[in-house]
Design a protein around this ligand. Structure first.
Ligand code: AMP
Ligand code: FES
Ligand code: ZN
Length: 335
């Protein structure tokens, strides 16, 4: 297989673009696409510093690489979820990446902010790990950016992630999730920072190839709590479609963004307020993260009085509505 551009040996066939490219030409292709996405979707300007949320995986490190190489002012943010060896290894990848390029990496430990690492938060709240984890990540990313004066946070969500999220929301006809699915979540409140996904047009296969060709050392393992997640099943379904009909994922997502999202967005009305406890944005009085931290504190307190016989643990004062809040759409602009 020959590179369509230079005639050299191609390393990657891009069926949906009906082309094949060698390493250097693929790197150029990838960077052009990402930077064009940033410009076309007005994600950030050259003057704005960008906080890049890095997990140690291929997508977010590829994103940081592209933005840094293009001359954007970037700082990395790693949220240490405290998920055993997985977190230790992913943090080491982020630190190594930053050190090699002389870039600044900020590390925030979920245990310091939520009162316990994610596995203990899961035990304390008895909620699906990913919902407590996702809530914590969105809250801490927003707060870290606000505290450091960054107008924008960039994440490494790719085409496969976004198409799978859209597929799941459509299966459930979750109107508020559909209203919020966009590569640019604007700051609709002074205490919210813009959240952008510059890789949303690049497939997982393409970001993996970019990271490989660029020699980025990333963590290959998935989070141990992701096993069996519905989003993985949705990705498999979409991959099968893509195999038989290249371009399906992009068409599904792009068509939604161009033609359907506005309809859902127009119907969505949420009133944002500031949490009376921490000052971050919420749709209620106390934000979901503060409620989560309360629950963790109660569950991890050494000697706590036994709850009344029939009381359900989630009915403790102050925790009502937590479940709804964890899933609540508007809470620090999920997903
Ligand atoms: P995920 O939700 O794991 O699919 O990750 C989606 C994106 O969220 C990644 O590409 C990162 O930009 C960001 N992200 C995930 N985990 C972390 C983390 N531990 N620290 C900082 N950013 C993260
Ligand atoms: Fe959050 Fe796995 S990364 S539960
Ligand atoms: Zn709060």
């Amino acid at each position: 297989m020959k590179c369509r551009k230079c005639g050299g040996r191609a390393v990657l066939e891009l069926r949906r673009h009906n082309t094949a490219l060698c390493g250097p030409d693929f790197v150029g292709f990838f960077r052009r696409h990402v930077l064009e996405t940033v410009r076309r979707w007005r994600m950030f300007t050259r003057d704005e510093p960008v906080l890049v949320a890095v997990s140690g995986g291929k997508d977010s490190l590829a994103l940081w690489d592209v933005l840094h190489d293009a001359g954007y002012r970037t700082i990395g943010l790693y949220l240490d979820l405290g998920i055993f060896d997985y977190s230790r290894a992913s943090k080491a990848r982020c630190e190594g990446f930053a050190a090699e390029r002389g870039l600044e990496l900020r590390v925030v430990a979920v245990a310091d902010e939520a009162g316990a690492p994610i596995p203990a938060v899961r035990d304390a709240t008895r909620r699906p790990t990913c919902s407590a984890c996702g809530l914590s990540k969105r809250y801490l990313m927003n707060r870290a950016a606000l505290d450091a004066g960054f107008p924008v946070v960039a994440t490494g969500h790719n085409l496969d992630d976004e198409a799978a999220t859209l597929f799941g929301s459509t299966l459930r006809w979750d109107e508020s999730a559909l209203a919020r699915q966009t590569p640019v979540l604007e700051a609709t409140h002074p205490k919210l920072v813009r959240r952008v996904k510059p890789l949303f047009r690049m497939s997982e296969r393409e970001t993996a190839a970019y990271a490989f060709v660029r020699g980025i050392d990333y963590i290959v393992e998935e989070c141990p709590f992701a096993r069996g997640a519905t989003s993985i099943a949705h990705k498999e379904v979409l991959n099968r479609l893509e195999d038989t009909s290249p371009g399906s994922k992009a068409m599904f997502l792009q068509g939604f963004l161009e033609r359907a999202r506005g309809l859902f967005q127009a119907r969505e009305t949420v009133t944002l307020a500031e949490c009376v406890r921490c000052g971050q944005v919420t749709t209620g009085e106390v934000c979901a993260f503060c409620k989560l931290r309360d629950q963790v504190t109660r569950a991890t307190r050494p000697s706590r009085p036994a709850p009344a016989a029939e009381a359900h643990p989630l009915d403790l004062p102050g925790t009502r509505g937590l479940i709804a809040d964890l899933h609540a759409a508007s809470e620090i602009h999920a997903p």
